[in-house]
Structures are given as C-alpha cells and as structure tokens.
Design a protein around this ligand. Structure first.
Ligand code: TYM
Length: 353
C-alpha cells in the first residue's frame, strides 16, 4: 500500500512510573499487533501530560527514557514505528491552544477522569496533583491535539481512555463544523477494550494507586505482589456455564477476578479452564492459583527484563532514535497546525517554511 493509503495509528503513555500489566494488555499489545500491519504507527511518551500530577520537580526526562527503553524491550521497533517524545513536538501545544478556544468548560468538567480525581482529592486532600489546575482540566484537549495533529484513524487505548478519545472526536467535529473540513475524525475506541483491575481488587490497575504488576518486576516481587491479592471470600456460584473470561471474570470477587484475568491472558487455555473448574467446584485452591499466576507472569517478564538490560538499548540508542523520529513526525504535525491556522483565519505562520 502506498504511504498515502496507509491507516494512521497513534497512541501514548505517560512516563509516570513503570509500565504495568494494565498498560501492556490495554494498549501496548495492540501497538505491537498494529506495528506488524501495513500502517503508519506513531507511539509517544506523553511527558507534557505527566505534568498534570506533579507537585514538585521530578526526573521526568529520566522516566521518559526508562519508559522508552521498556517500549523497546516489549518489542516496539523505532524503525517500523515512529516513536517519539510528546514535548519534542511542541506544535502540539499550539494545536491544543487552538482547540481549547472551541472547547466548553462544562464538557471538560463532565469528564470522568477529572471527576474521579476531584472526588479522590475531596476524600483525601493529600492526593497527588492539583485538580484545579488549568492543565488537568484541559488534559483531554491536549490529548485531542496529540491525536488530531497526525490525522490518526485509530487510537489503541485501554477502556479507561475511551471517553478521552470520544472527546477528541467531538472536538474535531466541532472544529470542522465551524471552520470547514480540516481535521480527520478518528474511530471510536472498541467496546471490548480491556480494563485490568488492580492487584488490590479495585476497579483499575493504575500507577498512582500502588496496585500494579509491572513488566520489569523480578520473580520475588511478582510472587510477593500476587500473594497479596485479596482472595478471602469463598467462591460463589457464577450463574453461568460460559467459560469466556469476559463473561465469567466480572462475576467473581474483584481480587480473584484479576488472578483469573492474568491467567486467561498468559497461561495456556487448558490451565485457565482447569482453574475455572476448581473455582466452580469450590475447595481450597487459591494458594496454587497464585503460584501458577506468578509463574506465568515471571515467564512473561523474563525476556522483557533481559532486553531491557541489553546495553545496546541504553540511553544513547534511545536518544538517537528520538532525534530522528522527531524529525519524521514534525512536518506531518506542522502541516496540520498550519491548516488549522488557515481554516480559523489567523493565517499561516510567517517564519515556518
Ligand atoms: P496512561 O499512561 O495512563 O495509560 C497508557 C495506556 O494504558 C492503558 N491502561 C489500561 N488499560 C487497561 N487496564 C488498565 N488498568 C489500564 N491502565 C492504563 C490506558 O488506557 C492507555 O491506553 N491519556 C493517556 C496518554 C495519552 C494518550 C494521548 C493516549 C496522552 N495523549 C493520545 C492516546 C492518544 C493515558 O492515560 O496514559
């Protein structure tokens, strides 16, 4: 397929902590699948977005390099995919500014991520971040700019980001309605997008909730974390004969559900079915289940840890491709920003070529 006819894929991850299983199975696994297709893939580290929760100086650049090294260790290839750092594309901030002019505050205030953050802070004022920051409220506008600036067709993300992608579609639609067809409206996020629960049995595995299983966790850490998953409740009837993880797992107590989800993602189907049978017949099996899950997680992590530690994938390698990939994405992004400037009527920039 010609370059022009290729589907455009874009997604990003914030460099706030280590890559966890929610990130991997919600997003990165899809990045890898799409990288194998005849598509143009843009994957970036959202370092501007990381600033929405900082309250003091943090080594965001070091965290960014670490995250990129993990991307590469997972199999993302900076030759086949354009992997870059959000802040190396500062014209994204210009597009966010333009999009902000047509975005209603009420729309942003109704965002679930924003509302959840507000609720958390009301419950515990020591929660990290400042919910009243302009940046946090405007998070979806910056995210819309990330997506629209490369004219993405598909945005592979986990279920928790579905609403943000919908907001990007709404913003693009509004821009086009007001100023003429300028921005491509991406596809909505698939209804089956995954939301991996946390190891503490909460709704979502998340970096700021201290409930993650990480791709770089060593064997001992994995075992300790998996053993800590709450499984105090005895199995209850599932009320279904189905073995489909999407049907069965939501009917389990949350902690148990995350163990079965990990098993369904990592172990051979026969092992998952064997433990499902054990669940249905009751008895004491949680100890063995945790051991089996931990083994599969460690097996999955081992090659990733090995590639992460490969000296060939050190900081110099990362900085090298960051530089050349920023040069590849910049003209594409500038083209969109210039079209938007023209559409709005402020005219093209006088200093850019
Ligand atoms: P972040 O860093 O919070 O999450 C990165 C990706 O991981 C997915 N994810 C999950 N999926 C399933 N279960 C979970 N428990 C889980 N936790 C995280 C997220 O859905 C996401 O796909 N706002 C984005 C970063 C971003 C972005 C963008 C993404 C900035 N601009 C433009 C796409 C397009 C985020 O939340 O990152």
């Amino acid at each position: 397929m010609s370059e022009a006819g290729k589907k455009i894929i874009l997604s990003g991850i914030r460099p706030t902590g280590r890559l966890h299983y929610g990130n991997y199975f919600g997003a990165v696994r899809e990045f890898l699948r799409l990288q194998e297709q005849d598509a143009r893939c843009y994957y970036f580290v959202a370092d501007y977005h990381a600033l929405t929760t900082i309250t003091e100086r943090r080594e965001i650049y070091a965290d960014t390099l670490h995250m990129l090294r993990t991307y590469v260790a997972c199999g993302l290839d900076p030759v086949r995919s354009i992997i870059y750092r959000q802040s190396d594309l500062p014209c994204t901030a210009e597009l966010a500014l333009l999009l902000g002019m047509i975005t209603n505050i009420g729309h942003l205030e109704r965002g679930t991520t924003y509302k959840d953050k507000m609720a958390k802070i009301e419950a515990d004022p020591r929660t990290e971040g400042n919910p009243l920051s302009y940046g946090l409220l405007g998070y979806p506008v910056l995210m819309a700019a990330d997506i629209l600036i490369v004219q993405a067709d598909i945005v592979p993300v986990g279920d928790d980001q579905r609403q943000h992608v919908e907001m990007a579609c709404d913003i693009a639609g509004k821009f086009n309605a007001r100023f003429g067809e300028t921005l491509k409206i991406p596809a909505a996020v698939d209804r089956n997008a995954l939301r991996l629960p946390g190891l503490d049995g909460s709704m979502k595995m998340g970096k700021s909730d201290n409930n993650t299983l990480d791709l770089l966790d060593d064997e001992a850490t994995v075992l300790k974390k998996v053993k800590s998953v709450p499984t105090t409740t005895d199995p209850e009837p599932l009320g279904t004969d189905s073995n489909d993880p999407d049907v069965v797992i939501p009917k389990m107590p949350a902690g148990v559900g995350v163990l079965y989800r990990l098993l369904s993602l990592l172990a051979p189907e026969a092992v998952y079915l064997e433990y499902l049978e054990a669940y249905r017949s009751g008895g004491k099996f949680y100890g063995n289940l945790k051991k089996t899950v931990a083994e599969h997680v460690s097996q999955f992590n081992a090659p990733i840890i090995e590639r992460f530690n490969d000296p060939a994938h050190g900081d110099a390698f990362i900085e090298d491709f960051l530089r050349s990939n920023a040069q590849k994405v910049t003209p594409v992004a500038l083209d969109t920003v210039e079209s938007c400037r023209e559409a709005i009527g402020i005219g093209r920039s006088l200093y850019r070529a």
